[in-house]
Design a protein around this ligand. Structure first.
Ligand code: FA5
Length: 363
């Protein structure tokens, strides 16, 4: 019908619209009914664009008719305007309603497709786990709890008096030098070992017996290389009672080493010196890497050093109020990093502090 309407308009002479108005109206009515039917049957928004273009696009039917206006006489112009206006508005409104309807259908469909099932179990975040140093510390505490030791705590910021004096470490001892100890003031230090807990716990317990504790924690020294860190962890052990002997110390250390590393491991005690124990011994564990054949890890000796130990010095007992003629005791101090490195085959202590996920995920 569009073609016929165009021909009619094309052939119009000035001031003849009135005569043809009825015919034009009928033609437009037919065209309109056709258009409304098409609109009614639209099933998606893409199709609606075709109709939009057909009537209202740049080269669309209504746009074209508007151009005839220019040719019309002043009298005919409003008449054509009115006829076209009714046609245009009805198609426009119907199309708009239909598009609105189609859009809400599309949104509903999308919502349904993207519906989130809140009853599904979540994906779950990555769960972390304990740091290797925590694992080793907890394991050692548990090993000692099994044989009746309790866990004590000391202070990381410690008095010079407890860190040195009460451990029979004389003023001129090299460990007290500025190069080795972090001093916060003349008589306050970052503790250089966990041994001050010995004095503090004996003060607290005296005159009760036995004193039977392990004390884990951070310690600080001016030390920094692949096996030494300025901050590291120790566990102190102390047993004071009547009739405690060096063989008790040896038995407990063997029990500790075999609980951590396995029943096939041996220990070796080497004479050593600590001002707060007498006699003193460094304790080595047999190298599990080479079964004592000799390897790089044990510097071809078959042994690895893990801790310092000894019988509590009579002076240390005395300063805490115990009579060294009546009671004796043993003490030891081990480096947690050292144990972790041996247990897990870690060759650089700094890996333990860098928080590199690739490293930590292995434990
Ligand atoms: C002591 O600290 C003594 N207090 C241990 C002790 C306690 C002896 C009770 C007798 C009785 P030593 O300085 O050797 O001892 O240190 C003990 C352990 O700490 C070492 O065997 C080593 O495993 C670890 N260690 C020492 N310095 C560092 C460091 N800078 N970084 C990491 N670990 C260290």
């Amino acid at each position: 019908m569009i073609k016929e309407i165009n021909t009619l308009l094309e052939e119009l002479q000035p001031d003849t619209l009135k005569e043809k108005a009825k015919q034009l109206e009928d033609m437009l009515e037919t065209e309109k009914l056709e258009a409304l039917k098409l609109i009614e049957e639209l099933s998606n928004i893409e199709e609606s664009k075709e109709i939009q273009n057909k009537y209202f696009g740049k080269k669309g039917f209504v746009t074209k008719i508007m151009k005839y206006m220019g040719k019309m006489s002043n009298e005919d112009k409003p008449l054509l305007g009115k006829i076209i206006h009714d046609f245009k508005v009805e198609i426009e409104n119907n199309l708009k309603n239909k598009v609105g309807h189609l859009e809400s259908l599309a949104i509903n469909e999308k919502l349904l497709a993207e519906k989130i099932d809140i009853t599904l179990p979540g994906k779950g975040g990555k769960i972390g786990h304990k740091h290797p140093l925590t694992l080793v510390e907890e394991e050692i505490k548990e090993i000692f709890r099994r044989i009746g030791f309790t866990v004590a705590e000391g202070y990381e910021i410690e008095e010079d008096y407890f860190n040195f004096e009460r451990l029979n470490i004389p003023k001129e001892h090299p460990a007290r030098e500025m190069q080795d100890t972090f001093y916060l003031s003349e008589d306050i230090v970052l503790r250089t070992h966990t041994s001050p807990v010995q004095a503090r716990i004996m003060d607290k317990m005296h005159p009760q017996l036995p004193v039977k504790i392990v004390a884990p924690g951070k310690v600080f020294r001016r030390d920094d290389d692949s096996t030494h860190s300025p901050m590291f962890h120790q566990i102190e052990g102390l047993l004071v009672d009547k009739n405690i002997t060096f063989s008790d110390l040896k038995g407990i250390l063997l029990y500790l080493v075999q609980a951590i590393f396995g029943k096939d491991r041996k220990i070796r005690l080497r004479p050593s010196y600590f001002p707060f124990t007498e006699p003193s011994a460094e304790v080595d564990v047999s190298c599990g890497n080479c079964n004592q054949e000799g390897c790089r890890m044990c510097s071809y000796t078959g042994w690895l050093e893990i801790l310092g130990s000894g019988m509590v010095h009579p002076r240390v007992l005395e300063m805490a109020g115990y009579d060294p003629e009546e009671v004796t005791g043993f003490a030891f101090g081990l480096g947690i990093e050292r144990i972790a490195m041996l247990k897990y085959g870690i060759d650089d202590i700094r890996l333990l502090y860098e928080n590199d996920q690739r490293f930590l995920e292995q434990f």
